[in-house]
Write a protein that binds this ligand. Sequence first.
Ligand code: ZN
Length: 252
Amino acid sequence: MIIEDEILVLKEIRYNDNDKILHALSKNNGKIQIVSRGCRKNKSPLVNISQIMSYSKCQLYVSRDMYILNSGELIDNFYNIRNNITAFLHGTYILELLNYISQENEVDKKAYDMTIRLFQILESVEDDEKKIENIISIYELKLISMLGYRPQIKECILCGEKLNNKSLYSFNIKDGGIQCKNCVNINISGYDISYKNIVLLNNILISKLDDNEIINAISDNMNFLIKKYLFYHIGKSNFTTLKLLRKGDIYG
Ligand SMILES: [Zn+2]
């Protein structure tokens, strides 16, 4: 059976003399592994679509639980990202993250579309480390929410008191939400967070990835909290590409 799907290549593994096995996020079939035969020969029509970060429309031959790349056309290889080292490292980290969290054949079209949008934004963003980090934070918080860990930020997760701008709050990573000052002593695993930043968390969840007002409002502390939150709930923090960005060791 031949199916058509859109894919984003998350990882490529050399296989035999001329082949590759691709880990890809697909639009209609979730994460899949694809055998790309002969794609390491120069003249293969599969060369461009069988590379990490390539985004293509493909025809796949399905045999039992195997996908074999039959043909395809490249939609975008995000060439400019490769010329922007900061965007490239962050983009590679996102591919590594997706390869870790995505379940085989589990479809999440919203997360897929958001990921393609992220790479389109990284393709055109200037080489500005702070700005790129902030865009990644927006993506991370939206992604972990789509995975079922949307933080509770409207009321205290312990006593239910509605949040307001006169109190002090703490972000409880483990239980996934905000605690008021009266409840802070019950569980000390939280991080101080201002009411302004709680409102920002909410705005991140409802905004677009490239909303400049939101991007500019994100502090280093907010980046830290979002990564802490993401890594706690996915159970992994040691991503190779974050080590290259020298940011992998502070979230363990
Ligand atoms: Zn409370």
